[in-house]
Structures are given as structure tokens and as C-alpha cells.
Design a protein around this ligand. Structure first.
Ligand code: SF4
Ligand code: SF4
Ligand code: SF4
Length: 245
């Protein structure tokens, strides 16, 4: 039986998600035995006509990105968005909070006409996405779980509840009690509440949970003397596209 053909593509990103993969080098090497890597710009020059699984890092921010992602989608059976840039636009989407012409002039000055730039979009805003791995950088354990599941033909686990749920299951002391502004009540779980578990506040890097318990979140903020205005301001770091919709 032939091995599944797997390809990796990067769009507008810092490439941090691809680097994060390397932290799980040993487990990844075992997985790579089971597949054929047919395209991976950072490691090889080969090209292929079709892919069983295409992993996409980065957001769509130029006309050529739009063209390229359509082309990849046409040739892929399964397409996976890796990391928050690909899933929602991530930090790149901060650009969308300002007029596009102003941003282009600020970044490229009078030569800005040489750099075609469009509103930052998530991959799913342009083509169908089958699966996503959230986080900035993406969660490597979640990525391995998804990769293994796809190879085995199983449905990977997905997460659509707040980080607070994972945090409470770990019996952590709430960092809000220590005066930290934590976005756990509105942020999508799946990271194992890694930041609060290490005494840090959640900055919302996995995006917003789809069914936010608004009353519960507002009550929690108020109880600790924080405002919703400040919460929305903080959410702009990773969730600009999500809160603008
Ligand atoms: S999600 Fe974060 S770590 Fe991953 S490519 Fe985007 S900015 Fe970099
Ligand atoms: S607000 Fe933050 S620290 Fe508190 S329970 Fe929720 S995730 Fe944990
Ligand atoms: S706790 Fe929040 S900031 Fe930390 S990894 Fe999880 S979602 Fe991201």
C-alpha cells in the first residue's frame, strides 16, 4: 500500500509553527516513516501534483497568496490550517484594524505600490479547511495527535470550550486572584491551560471559543476589577479578525 503524500506550505507568517514542530523531533520522525513528504520548501526542492494531506502555515495577505491557496486546495484531499495565523489571521490581522492604504505607506513608504497587500484573511476565509491546529505557536502535542489521527483514518479531537475548563480541571489557583488579567474565560481550550498552569495569564493565543459564556466572563472580570473594554483591547493581539466580525 502506498504511503499518504504529505506537503507543507507557508504563507504570511513568522514560521514559528514550523519551528515548534521540531521540538517534537523524535515523535515526528516516527510519524514521517509512515508518510511520503512530497513538498516542504524549507527542506527540499521536490514538487508534486497532488497531496493526501496539505499542512498550511500563515495567513492570506496578498493576491498571490489567494491564487496559491486555491491551487493547493484543488490538489489536496485534506487541508489543515496550522497555527493561529492560518486559523484566524492571528497577529497579522492587527493590520485589519487600520486603513489598508495607511498601513502600506507606514510599512513600505513611497514604494508601497510595489507591494500588493490585501486585508489579512484566515485560510478558511478563502478555501475550505478540513482541520485546524490552534495557538501561536500552534500546540505541538495537538499537531501530533491530529497528524496521527489522519494517518490512521480517525477523527481528531477538537476543542470548543474555554481554557478555564482545562485550568479548573488541573486545580490551578486562578491567576486573576493574583491581579493578573487572564483571557481564559473567552479563549478556546486545547493547550492544557499551559500558561495559567505555570503562573502566567492567558493572552488568548488560541482564539475565541464559539459559544462564549458572556455573562460568566463579564462577571468574572468585574469580580476582579477588570473592564470588558480592556479585555477587548487585549483580544486584538490574536483575535482581531474574530472580534471584528
Ligand atoms: S501562529 Fe504565531 S508562531 Fe505560528 S506562524 Fe503565526 S505568528 Fe508565527
Ligand atoms: S481566568 Fe485564567 S487562571 Fe483563572 S481559571 Fe480561567 S484560565 Fe485559569
Ligand atoms: S493558556 Fe492561553 S495564551 Fe497560553 S497557550 Fe493556552 S490559549 Fe495560548
Amino acid at each position: 500500500m502506498s504511503k499518504p503524500k504529505v506537503a507543507f506550505f507557508d504563507f504570511t507568517s513568522c514560521e514559528g509553527c514550523q519551528l515548534n514542530k521540531l521540538n517534537f523531533e523524535n515523535e515526528l520522525l516516527d510519524l514521517l516513516e509512515l508518510v511520503d513528504i512530497v513538498e516542504f520548501r524549507e527542506a527540499m526542492d521536490d514538487k508534486a501534483d497532488a497531496y493526501d494531506i496539505a499542512f498550511i502555515e500563515g495567513s492570506i495577505s496578498t493576491p498571490s497568496c489567494v491564487e496559491r491557496i486555491h491551487d493547493i486546495r484543488r490538489r489536496s484531499k485534506i487541508l489543515v490550517a496550522l497555527g493561529q495565523c492560518a486559523v484566524s489571521g492571528g497577529v497579522n490581522a492587527i493590520k485589519n484594524l487600520h486603513p489598508l492604504e495607511w498601513v502600506k505607506e507606514e510599512v513600505y513608504g513611497e514604494d508601497n505600490y510595489l507591494f500588493p497587500s490585501i486585508r489579512v484573511q484566515a485560510v478558511k476565509d478563502v478555501v475550505k479547511v478540513d482541520y485546524e491546529v490552534r495557538g501561536c505557536p500552534m500546540s505541538a502535542p495537538e499537531y501530533l495527535h491530529l497528524f496521527k489521527s489522519l494517518i490512521l483514518g480517525r477523527k481528531p479531537e477538537t476543542f470548543d470550550y474555554a481554557v478555564c475548563v482545562e485550568c479548573k480541571l488541573k486545580e490551578n489557583e486562578c491567576v486573576m486572584e493574583k491581579g493578573m488579567f487572564c483571557l481564559g474565560p473567552v479563549t478556546r481550550a486545547g493547550c492544557g491551560a499551559i500558561c495559567p498552569s505555570n503562573g502566567q495569564y492567558c493572552t488568548g493565543c488560541r482564539g475565541v471559543v464559539s459559544n462564549v459564556n458572556e455573562k460568566g466572563a463579564v462577571d468574572m472580570l468585574k469580580k476582579h476589577g477588570f473592564s470588558t473594554t480592556e479585555a477587548l483591547k487585549r483580544m486584538k493581539m490574536f483575535c482581531a479578525n474574530e472580534i471584528e466580525q
